[in-house]
Design a protein around this ligand. Sequence first.
Ligand SMILES: [Zn+2]
Length: 454
Amino acid sequence: MRRAFVGILLVVVVGLGVATWVQWDPLPLVEPHGVPGVVGHATPLRLTVRSPGPGLSMLRLVARRNGQTWALFEQFFARTSWRGSGVQVFDVEVTPDWAALAIPEGELHLELWVSTYGWHIRGHDRAPAWEGGVRLDTTPPHVELLTTQHNVRLGGVELAIWRAADAVESGVEVGGYYFPGVAGYFADPQLLLGLFAIPQDLDTMAQPRVVATDAAGNRSERNIPVRIQARRFAERVLTIDDKFLARKVPEIEAANQLPAQGSLLDRYLRINRELRRENEARIREMTRASDPKPLWLASFHRQSNSAPLSSFADRRTYVYRGEEVDRQVHLGFDLASIAASPVEAAQAGRVVFAGNLGIYGNTVVLDHGLGLFTLYGHLRSLDVAVGQRVERGEKLGLTGETGLAAGDHLHFSVMLWGVHVDPVEWWDGDWIRKHLLAKLEAFPRASAAANDNR
Ligand SMILES: [Zn+2]
């Protein structure tokens, strides 16, 4: 009798053990790696479900509010063997169509329900495997443009001021370029100011617009009424000879760790095209952050006793042995005076780059705040270091002919968030007063203390 009982017990215990080993699975794990606090029209929800065991049988993501329930996602997993589906990991990724679901904006309670092929004494699926809260916001930020006059010359800069309630990011977009707006300058914290350019490669039909995105990813756009003044950029022919190539190409290759492959002309073209492009990409990197305080409220200093060798955005045709071999746009001013002249800072600023910059040779880049930068190229020697503050007119180094320069001169560029703009405007105190200061002074400024706290 006792023996039989032990035998039955053993069979039951072993049977339960085998069943547990075969069909037992621990509680499913849910990793919500893409569920932001605020969701908008196009916000995907991402959760990873892990259930080691015989596999998932059903997933259901629902949203609830005040007793109402909306199904956002549902997936069934068919049995693929006698054990179950074998699906142990599944990535839920869903961008709910809130409008079609007719869910009003506001707080929502989310639940992810998970069923598996496992056997559960208590049952995994009597409660959601994951719960969370989100706020649904499908209203794009309201953009109110506060400046009315925008007159800009092709290749030049203008200023817009706008209010963008609830926006987390706002700026001016034009023809594939983006110029970020800056908050905190005015007493009204919702006011943004943005310098924007009509870059030299666009035309008078370009339509700048303020764009704003809120925390939920909702986006609005507002056209900036603008009058763009056409202009012709100078066409210039640059003749390059073997003497110049033999002197410059190996020097630039050595300074930039470039391989010396192909003919001298091939090597020169690689510098004039690829290195030039790389240098511009590097400039955009180093001009990504700018001081929130403008240091450009007065005219810029122009290099003393210098004569221009080029104007802004000259269209250059390169001729070698009587044939056209390349075309590039020269994005700056070449200013020449006597060799080894002191290079003077055009405006007070902070040094963000001091070193070799490819075709520009030894280069200094200064940040003047709110996205405005100046660049000084082909220097013989550098007197400043990154992070240093400089005053208007302060010596940055000496002019030279490092990089792609045929003789001693200063290459000077003004850039807005890394986009080259015409320096002529910034040398003109009258233009700064009319186009920029008049607009800035129309709105109360944040207190000096508030500015210093940033
Ligand atoms: Zn130049």
